[in-house]
Design a protein. Structure first.
Lengths: 622, 286
């Protein structure tokens, strides 16, 4: 209990301090101390809190309840303030704020919301989420100190308000811990909207025209989710007579189906699934730590977390099946669209959308094995994706470009960073690293059901394999001696190396996570059999031998220049043209625009996913 | 049988079996083209000769990636013959392939890199069918474990004819046979420059050849599973499929990647998924 309260409330302190303190060096120490404490708090919670059964904590005093109502009102005012300069034709954005908060606050003040016995709760899924938020989140926060310093050196025209940015990160911690610990959906709603506010603040940070436009795009799209959430509260309060998560989930499916679907809709909205994928793509306008945070440990993970919570309701229903199909659509479309992306961050964004789709697919199926793999996916995706974003952000600062083509031969320029990045990519798709273990578990779980779902996972997985491997290939092309570019990376190394280590450790320790955290939650899974663990261990051992090769000096190697049709010039980057002059050659990857470009796929996917969303609500009562 | 013996047997015998198959392949190919062809042992002579040559290299890393390519291929095959999870076998095979692609990329040579891209396209075309085959086995036998599938006693070929056709189709891609030998070919007439293996010479090239032997045996092992209820029939079936691949190889010339990708995915969806859907209805509803 005390750990929980600490984790929820403590982040508010640095958030306020960072707004007040203007000195950069003091800000730095506040961030380091606070994130270390949060990280320690999450570990402390895990050590003391692990056990099979969920535990509930009631408070009973109406004071806290009133505080949340006051918070709701304040949040509504902040949203309206943010919208104050919008043109009249976009007045529907503040109207959405008024509509949802009007109803919720009215319901709360008029006493229509039934009383809540247990406000907070903790179980193993909560602990896993708390660990992800605490560890990955605080590593990203530490990274952002170094990043923001250099960001402002490189962009002198952007006003330096880094205190505001760092403060928003800590507010994010507050909101995320609020979401995962709360048992009352009115509370979750309050924290839910704070994450919307935080992402709005962070995306808008550079104050460029693009950033402001994308911030409002994210705002209105996320408010649609908030609207669905508000509707769920009203329905739950009116018909189900409770707003407690634990009781709602245990209720008769026919009664609770509609609010569950509304909340899942809000969850998919927050997880940037199609048709809402656009806000996450726009969020790249913000400084990199923001993208890393949104994509890995916070925001989108809140979305899939809430869907996972309602998975027992969806299990074995038509609506759950439709939800799973729409997640599958996001998985395949996200992976396919990633192939045609030249911008590293954009490719990463599509891969996030895809992987979260896979998690939603698992939640929609809702068998124990599927949920097992969904949680594994959440863990490993958070680690590898945070690492990838931080790497691309660093590369962008060092070389001035985040385009995949410009990363050609990066291993010759920034060897250590490239190795860290390779670990991140391997973590995303290669056996035996985390994401692949999870995909393996997904396939084993889905093969038991009907044969529609395995092909979705298989095709999406093959598309991912394609785009990750070609990116990897770009990085490791050895272009010969070039000036090193990794000077000036300071405190960022802590986060980069920490996450790389965790990506590898996560793979080695998955049996422990499975045994202590997942087995009490969802029961035994064949992934924990000795055979499976041994196979993963053998392959991981082999993979870890890989870096040793770079220190072995092979004998009897005869070095030659690459073959360029028989007419090499002394410089291996040039060849002798037909007119007798030396010409430079260059090589670009395949992006297969003809089949996988946004122009070809985006609209169709949008239409398909909207149809699926409509269908999901239509079959709610089947 | 004890899995340890099977693993040792695979590591020691697969190259011999694979090499002999290659030799037969070359004789049959020669006969189809009205030539006499080399002796059966020619592939072994070639590899021994390659091993004795100078190790030409453009940088010191790429042969190291190739070494891992061979290791993961052996791990994949060993897991298959030890009777482990078929999905993991295929994933390990994918890792091996990824190492080949990385090795080609790391040379920073335009010809090698184009070969690497094409190898990736080949993987994109063939992986879905391979994994779907495993799902098909699971639907019939209730297990992904090779040992359980082999000893289930079910006549898999009758349950999964579409999967069988689909797998045979993508094996053309996996065996590097025409018309889908985009990344690299065994035939001189297909290429001016040798695709993905442009920069590999001497011992490195020998490594690729040996890997190919291991891979051939593993993939034919998957075909074997369809007929596992009768070992003699299974061996005949696997050899027949290989002969069919050689025949197709000689009867076609290389196609463009678009046709490969489209046709492979179409076959996967039509025969593979179609088979699974029909099977699902027969097993659960009929």
């Amino acid at each position: 209990m005390s750990w929980m309260l600490f984790l929820i409330l403590f982040p508010l302190l640095p958030a306020v301090l960072l707004l007040i303190v203007k000195s950069v060096s003091i800000q730095k120490w506040i961030v380091i101390f606070a994130s270390t404490l949060i990280c320690a708090g999450a570990i402390g919670l895990a050590v003391t809190g692990i056990q099979g059964q969920p535990r509930y904590f009631g408070n009973g005093s109406s004071l806290v309840e009133n505080l949340v109502v006051a918070g709701d009102i304040m949040l509504a005012l902040i949203f309206l303030y943010a919208c104050r300069r919008l043109p009249l034709k976009r007045c529907w954005i503040p109207l959405m704020v008024l509509a949802q908060y009007g109803v919720v606050v009215w319901y709360e003040l008029s006493g229509r919301v039934p009383g809540v016995a247990d406000y907070l709760f903790i179980d193993n899924l909560t602990i896993i989420m708390a660990l992800i938020i605490g560890i990955v989140g605080s590593l990203i926060t530490v990274y952002s100190i170094g990043y923001m310093q250099r960001y402002h050196e490189a962009h002198p025209h952007i006003p330096d308000r880094r205190g505001e940015f760092l403060s928003a990160i800590f507010l994010f911690f507050f909101a995320m811990y609020g979401i995962v610990f709360s048992n009352s959906i009115t509370w979750i709603y309050y924290f839910w909207e704070i994450t919307t506010l935080c992402s709005f603040i962070m995306i808008r940070y550079p104050r460029t025209e693009e950033a402001v436009r994308n911030a409002f795009l994210a705002l209105w799209m996320l408010l649609v989710g908030g609207l669905a959430f508000a509707a769920a509260i009203v329905y739950a309060a009116g018909y189900c007579r409770t707003v407690e998560l634990s009781r709602l989930v245990a209720m008769n499916k026919s009664v609770v189906m509609l609010p569950a679907l509304l909340i899942c809709f809000a969850g998919m909205n927050k997880a940037a699934q199609f048709p809402f994928a656009k806000w996450l793509l726009g969020a790249m306008a913000a400084p990199t730590p923001c993208s890393a945070l949104l994509h890995s440990s916070t925001m989108v993970k809140a979305g899939v977390y809430i869907v996972l919570r309602f998975a027992p309701v969806l299990h074995n229903t038509a609506a759950g099946l439709v939800l799973a199909v729409s997640g599958g659509l996001s998985f395949v479309a996200g992976s396919a669209l990633a192939i045609s992306q030249r911008d590293g961050k954009r490719a990463l964004a599509y891969s996030t959308i895809g992987n979260l789709g896979l998690i939603i697919l698992c939640a929609g199926i809702g068998t124990h094995q599927a949920l097992w793999s969904a949680v594994l996916l959440i863990i490993f995706h958070a680690l590898a994706k945070a690492l990838m974003f931080l790497c691309v952000g660093t590369v962008e600062q060092q070389t001035g470009s985040r385009y995949i083509e410009d990363m050609h031969g990066l291993i010759s320029r920034m060897p250590i960073l490239t190795i860290v990045m390779l670990i991140g990519i391997a973590g995303m798709f290669l056996a035996p690293f985390g994401m692949l273990i999870s995909k393996w578990a997904v396939l084993e779980a889905l093969a038991k059901r009907n044969p529609i779902f395995p092909p979705i996972v298989i095709f999406g997985g093959s598309l991912m394999l394609f785009f990750w491997t070609k990116w990897m290939g770009k990085l490791i092309a050895v272009t010969g001696r070039q000036p090193g570019r990794d000077k000036g990376i300071g405190i960022e190394w802590t986060a980069l190396c920490g996450l790389a280590l965790l990506t590898i450790l996560g793979c080695a320790l998955y049996p422990l996570v499975g045994h202590y955290l997942l087995e009490p939650l969802y029961g035994y899974d064949p992934m924990l059999s000795h055979r499976a663990i041994m196979m993963v261990a053998i392959m991981l051992g082999l993979m870890l031998m890989l870096p040793m090769g770079f220190f072995i000096h092979w004998k009897n190697l005869v070095h030659v220049a690459p073959y360029l049709s028989g007419a090499n010039v002394a410089d291996p980057h040039q060849f002798m043209g037909s007119l007798g002059s030396a010409r430079a050659w260059s090589f670009r990857n395949y992006y297969l625009d003809k089949y996988f470009s946004e122009k070809k796929l985006f609209r169709g996917t949008l239409a398909g996913s909207m149809a699926l969303m409509a269908l999901m609500f239509l079959v709610a009562n089947l | 049988m004890n899995p340890i013996f099977m693993i040792i047997g695979y590591i020691l015998l697969a190259p011999i079996g694979g090499g002999l198959l290659m030799g037969l392949d070359r004789i049959i190919t020669a006969r189809m083209q009205s030539r006499v062809g080399p002796p059966v042992l020619q592939p072994f002579f070639d590899v021994f000769k390659l091993l004795g040559k100078q190790n030409l290299t453009v940088n010191r890393f790429h042969s190291y990636y190739l070494f891992f390519f061979l290791i993961f291929m052996m791990v994949s095959g060993a897991m298959f013959f030890a009777g482990d999870d078929l999905l993991m076998v295929i994933f390990a095979l994918i890792v091996a392939d990824v190492f080949l692609v990385l090795s080609a990329y790391s040379t920073n040579s335009p010809f090698s890199s184009i070969g690497a891209e094409r190898e990736l396209l080949q993987m994109l075309s063939s992986e879905p069918m391979m994994l779907l085959t495993a799902v098909g086995f699971y639907m019939v036998t209730g297990s992904f474990n090779v040992s359980a599938i082999a000893s289930s006693g079910r006549r898999l070929i009758f349950y999964l004819p579409g999967i069988f056709i689909g797998l045979t189709f993508v094996l053309t891609i996996k065996f590097q046979k025409s018309p889908f030998d985009l990344a690299v070919s065994h035939h001189a007439h297909q290429e001016l420059v040798k695709g993905i293996s442009t920069e590999f010479a001497g011992p490195s090239l020998a490594l690729i050849e040996i890997e190919h032997w291991y891979e051939t045996i593993l993939l034919l092992g998957m075909i074997w599973l369809f007929f596992a209820f009768n070992p003699a029939l299974a061996t005949a079936g696997a050899l027949l499929v290989y002969f069919l691949e050689v025949f197709i190889d000689n009867a076609n010339s290389r196609v463009k990647w678009e046709l490969m990708l489209k046709s492979a995915w179409l076959v996967t969806l039509l025969f593979g998924l179609g088979n699974l859907l029909v099977l699902y209805f027969v097993l659960h509803i009929g």
